[in-house]
Design a protein around this ligand. Sequence first.
Ligand code: HCA
Ligand code: CU
Length: 375
Amino acid sequence: MTIKAFNIIESTLREGEQFARAHFSPADKIAIAAELDAFGVEYLELTSPSASPQSEADARTIAALPLRAKVLTHTRCHLDDARLAATTGVDGIDVLFGTSSKMRAFSHGKSVEEIIEIGTEVVRFVQAQGLEVRFSSEDSFRSEPDDLLRVYRAIDRLHPQRVGLADTVGIATPNQVFEMVSLVRRNVDCDIEFHAHNDAGCAIANSFAALEAGATHIDTTVLGIGERNGIVPLSGMIARLLSVQPDLVTKYRLDRLPELDRMVAGMVGIDVPFNAAITSETAFHHKAGMHTNAVLNHPSAYEIFDPAVFGLERTIMAGHRLTGWNAIRSRADSLGLSLGEEQLRALTAEVKRRADTAPLADDELDDLIRGWVPA
Ligand code: HCA
Ligand code: CU
């Protein structure tokens, strides 16, 4: 199925701030905004100015930067919050209302009619300020589909830029997302945004299913940081699309991803996760003999992306017991040494014997190779 549109609502400066270890200084926020803008995201989403005095000041600062990306802020669906947000100079406001029975019972206590009434008032207010508006329902997948559709249809009649579905608790499966987004697609004319949490490890798969069903905008954060274990990681979403439909992501500066992930990881005091798509330290690292042999013949044997696209290089690990003679030969070649067939096989056996105790560091392996070649 061909995906027609893909826009990123990059929420590191909103959802990302909800990550347990995040506390971005004003300078951090400016650096993140600049890097994401250089990468080419379409939208930046900022914490609500109602959250704290510094959040308000930072929203004004970022809204005033000369960025290509449109700047949005995210608020409760409440006139007071929208009024303040509209004074900050942002291009648009993403408003959020809880539609699930849990939210209606335990949080705001409003009926579907009241949600529509308040939603209409807030959406109209934002539109009257000449700003973009998105209306989203929190916890969409634990809301009654009939309630959701009533709300979305009523809001769609006001012609907002987008309605949003949020899998706030990360409970949805890809098939459920596909069904639900397809249903909403048949019922509204405006664009559709999707926000996926990663509690069950499905955030990227769910967002991809949403795009296949006709969603147009996906929320991401750098490294996926967010509330609990976070949302869709930007690099992961890019990897998913690049492998399926590259035309959707060649508009971005993919070579900036590694630095972007490293920068934000540093700011929140974590390493780039070992299993991050594209930017993990080992994302293009090959180890077992069968793998290294084939990769040395042709990288595409075990790589779906060329690391050069991201400004990266592949690495081949040779000094361990799973190694193969092709990897050892390649290492010897890189030292300018050429080994005969028998020498090579004997050397490989020796590496395996020694590395059975512990892997050899590169310089240990190189010393062994040099010593193996007769002077
Ligand atoms: C939350 C809000 C939100 C909002 C998503 C959206 C969520 O922190 O509960 O506006 O689309 O996950 O529901 O991040
Ligand atoms: Cu969220």
